[in-house]
Ligand binder design. Sequence first.
Ligand code: ZN
Length: 492
Amino acid sequence: MAKYEDVVNLALRRSLFYPGSEIYANAPAGLYDFGPVGATIRRKIVETWRKHLVQREEMLEIDGALIMPEDVFKASGHLTNFNDPVTQCKKCNTIHRADKLLEEKTKEQYREAMPVEELTAALRKHKLACPNCKGDLLDVRQFNMMVKADVGVSAKASCYLRPETCQTIFTNWQRMAKTMRIKLPKGIAQHGKVFRNEISPRQTLLRQVEFSQMEAEIFFEADKIDDVERWDEVKNYPLRIMKAGSNSVEDITCADLLAKGITTGKLIAYYIARTQQLMERLGIPASKMRFRQLDDTERAFYAKEAFDLEVETSLGWLELAANNYRTDYDLLGHQKGSQKDLQFCTPEGKKFIPHIWEISIGLDRTFYTVLELCYRSEGERTWLSLPPAIAPLTAGIFPLLSNKPELTSKARELFETLRDCYEVQLDETGSIGKRYARMDEIGVPWCITIDFDSLNNNDVTIRARDSSAQKRVKIDALKDELYQLVTGKITL
Ligand SMILES: [Zn+2]
């Protein structure tokens, strides 16, 4: 099984991701840049989310501004609730996350939401000191994680960078309801950057200051939570569920999730199934997943039901997505804050504030997890067994030898033919073994080689990344062959 370090080393070697502004010594931690391969894989994860969740469920996708006025976050509760508990060293002034210090010391879970007095008492009880200088620690206080971004020159408007993408969805709701001929239930989705003033950014992409989310908010009428049009498509689908209070994962069908009272509505079971299916498409096997049902003490105060999607990695179970039944909390809050009527009006004239089921997926954590679970090594060989849909290229094209013009020109010709339909890259430098290794390491599923026989027979060799199997294919049949491979109709 691949370790975290293997993934980070590969990422740095092939420039998938690396620290932002890395040539400057004083660049802050928790900011990452993505090179061409990393950026492409991430873009394709977003495209897969778009195709298999957003478009499949006929959601509306928006792209909102990153900067939002303070009033939005007063209404959402972020200004008062979006805090991390911190403690400061009296001697060196370093600020630490109080809950994390306690976790490291006691190996027990401490909740961020625990009252500061209790955390202070726990710090004293366990006689914790500053990990840097052993200095005494001040009482625990709340630190707001929002990143301020005031706008304007003379009369400044108090603004923040958004800490989650869903707030734009809520502020867009009234317009969508009026202009997009919405019929409930309706999802509104958004993918984009969010910002959190993280006290201790760590583990590269897993806890960053700037990161990306793929969120979908499904608006529905509370009384009609069981009206799910395509229920039959999922009702027998086995979900990976870990019930609150249990420590084992069970396969429970959508229908049983309701029958056993684990959830209160078909709509919830339906979207948990769609979320699990999406993750499977990204190369995360169901056996590595669990939807952990949160108990009363763990749920956000507005959430009526919540299931964290967690995936087993070398670092333990990692939360990739939060699934929350947010009820009418958000729209009621913004209705009060904005003084605008945010009710939905049915064609029959019935008015109400819709309820919301949220699927909030962390893109960066999903990207990391996919890399780790697809990482393979055998002897000298290392490869990423990425599903073709998220691989950075469909195929590499190589002339067998780089110093034979007849081979290189034939390879270029093939590159021109294929690039209309597929993402292909021509690689003419280094030994053929090195070229295979480079493509394997970034997860390219197939490589196509032009050799001397190709000149006479008009055919090529295709080699598969995972099995190293090879096959001779006529150039005329190559587009079709690649189509069959990409769509999984055949394997080499
Ligand atoms: Zn200190």
